[in-house]
Design a protein around this ligand. Sequence first.
Ligand SMILES: [Zn+2]
Length: 95
Amino acid sequence: MLTVADLLKVLNRIPAWGRLVTLPDKVEAMDRRIAELESQVFKGRNGSHQMCPKCRKHTLEFMHRKPHPIYGKIGVQEEHFKCSECGFSTKRHAS
Ligand SMILES: [Zn+2]
């Protein structure tokens, strides 16, 4: 009978398997990098953040972008922002 250990030995002989095993770590690293780059994109030209509509300070920070819960399947994204000063948060649609 084939055990899990036997199966892993067989899979480890396949070059593509090695790349698949490391894929989750690579995707996670890419997600972090994308979030970092998106954060930089959403900063203003002078490096400041957007103005918070609640406290009016330039502390509205881009948090992340993800597919819209309803329209995500057709490519609509939501961008989430949060104010580091007053805690106000908001979402915006993006394409
Ligand atoms: Zn605020």
